[in-house]
Write a protein of this length. Structure first.
Length: 90
């Protein structure tokens, strides 16, 4: 049986799932740690998001957040590596 999203709910893109996997691998996260990647919507309706927020939310411990100044679909694994490993989370 295949599960389908509720009406009006979109599945995450394959690229977003790949980015989440990259975040997990780079930071050595366990399965209990949530990784959220979402667009930061700015500007007018109908325009693509200008930024992407990456959040890491462990069950125990401090949450971390990074902002990348590109739409998620344009972010590469190398860009994620540079941001996550070389810049402190906010």
């Amino acid at each position: 049986m295949y599960l389908e999203p509720r009406p009006g709910i979109a599945w995450p893109s394959p690229h977003l799932r790949e980015l989440k996997d990259v975040v997990r691998a780079l930071l050595g996260l366990d399965d209990d740690t949530a990784v959220i990647i979402r667009p930061l919507i700015r500007g007018e309706v109908g325009y693509p998001p200008l930024e992407t927020v990456v959040e890491v939310l462990p069950m125990d411990g401090e949450a971390h957040r990074w902002t990348l100044h590109r739409p998620a679909e344009q972010i590469t694994e190398n860009e994620l590596r540079a941001v996550l490993l070389h810049h402190r989370a906010s």
